[in-house]
Design a protein around this ligand. Structure first.
Ligand code: F6R
Length: 244
């Protein structure tokens, strides 16, 4: 694993965006695995700016997102499709037919998981997967205890996640109970992984994930086995990882 130390959030975003842009420049038809959440927002903003300045071209690029809530329509502001569209896709020239997320409205969850894995295979896999990390070590929606062998699957959200999401919805009954997520095996098959983390709140879980035992209780710990992982973190996030 390579660790790239950034001074702060903005610096972390610039470094991660540089890595993703280099990937796309070197291989215009790259398949990018993308994440939502607060950490990548600055990365998408920079890539959009560089596109606007004429430095980037996503016309041949494909993207395959990590996860999506079950039951949310693409125009629901809480859906990950909506997040991706508003924060990235609509600002660049990626073709909509090449920008993939699980379909939150699919009638059959098992079929939807199989369809998503088939999309990934149809592109011959993911060239570069961008990941954030949860405070409990989750990657995608793979919460502690998830088997490392899983492909894309449907998870029931924990009570604490449902409670945390409650504030975004008018009614408790609107809060999604399930989500689709790439599995750990899907993530591990990406050729390169770029994990981004910012803030002191991620420091302890990064230490556990990269210096502790590999265990399903800390899903990100499996990344120790991947041969091409770059961790881009700011000073605070990396404060508990020793400098090599
Ligand atoms: C997002 C995802 C999640 C987040 C993680 C960190 O698609 O799969 O695993 O990456 O929850 O979220 P933030 O960046 O908000 O701290």
């Amino acid at each position: 694993m390579r660790v790239i130390r950034a001074t702060d959030y903005d610096d972390m975003c610039r470094k991660a965006a540089n890595i993703l842009s280099a990937q796309v420049i070197l291989k215009p038809n790259s398949v990018l695995g993308l994440a939502t959440g607060s950490t990548p927002l600055g990365v998408y903003k920079l890539l959009a700016e560089w596109y606007a300045e004429g430095d980037m071209d996503f016309s041949e690029t494909a993207s395959i997102n990590l996860d999506e809530y079950v039951g949310l329509a693409p125009d629901n502001p809480q859906s990950y499709r909506y997040y991706m569209y508003n924060n990235f896709f609509r600002h660049v020239n990626i073709k909509q037919e090449n920008a993939h997320l699980p379909n939150g409205l699919a009638a059959d969850k098992t079929e939807e998981c199989a369809r998503y894995e088939a999309i990934i295979r149809s592109y011959n896999g993911i060239d570069m997967q961008l990941l954030g990390i949860g405070h409990n070590g989750h990657i995608g929606f793979n919460e502690p205890g998830t088997a490392f062998e899983k492909d894309t699957h449907c998870v029931s959200l924990t009570e604490s996640t449902i409670r945390a999401n409650r504030r975004f919805f008018d009614n408790e009954s609107d809060v999604p109970r399930f989500a689709y997520t790439m599995g750990i095996r899907t993530i591990m098959q990406a050729r390169h992984i770029v994990l981004i983390a910012s803030g002191v709140g991620k420091a302890e879980i990064l230490r556990e994930s990269f210096t502790g035992p590999m265990t399903p209780q800390v899903p990100a710990s499996i990344l120790q086995l991947h041969s091409n992982v770059v961790l881009v973190g700011d000073e605070e996030a990396l404060s508990r990882l020793q400098r090599e």
